[in-house]
Unconditional design. Structure first.
Length: 158
């Protein structure tokens, strides 16, 4: 299995999750790269693409959005995709009004999954969110272990 983990990170939390996912896949054929470092050649001959972004204003980061937008239609045909984001858990938001807005606005992972599908990827598994305790982090306890278990559960039978 040749996999490419592509992430964007503002405060370092999404990068930590991406690194944990790359390590969990445990093969020499896994590359973990920040979205700004990914070139067209990185997408050649990959079986899996795992994308991760912090949720910023209910969407993926600007860097991840730009990267996904520039991918050619059909360029990911034959590639399986797994998608994650980092987010604040709804139940920890004190303001009822803001909690309502977040619940309606959504998160980055489903938006990324939708774009990846339009580019030809087969999105495998449900997009997942990993929790940060504040807007800048840190990650909630156990999230790196949860990320590792999550990606293993999706990729082991494929």
């Amino acid at each position: 299995m040749k996999a490419l983990v592509i992430y964007d990170s503002v405060f370092g939390n999404t990068e930590k999750v991406a690194q944990a996912i790359g390590k969990a896949l445990g093969t020499k054929s896994v590359t973990v790269k920040k979205v700004t470092e990914v070139g067209d050649s990185d997408l050649k001959d990959v079986d899996w693409i795992i994308t991760g972004s912090p949720t910023r204003a209910f969407r993926p980061s600007e860097g991840m959005t730009a990267f996904l937008k520039k991918l050619a239609m059909g360029s990911l045909k034959g590639i399986r995709a797994v998608v994650f984001d980092t987010r604040i858990p709804l139940e920890t938001i004190k303001s009822k009004a803001f909690r309502f807005i977040v619940s309606k606005g959504g998160y980055a992972a489903p938006a990324m999954a939708k774009v990846l599908q339009t580019k030809g990827a087969e999105v495998v598994g449900k997009p997942e969110g990993f929790f940060v305790l504040e807007s800048e982090g840190p990650l909630a306890e156990g999230e790196l272990e949860r990320a590792a278990a999550w990606v293993k559960s999706i990729t082991k039978n494929q």
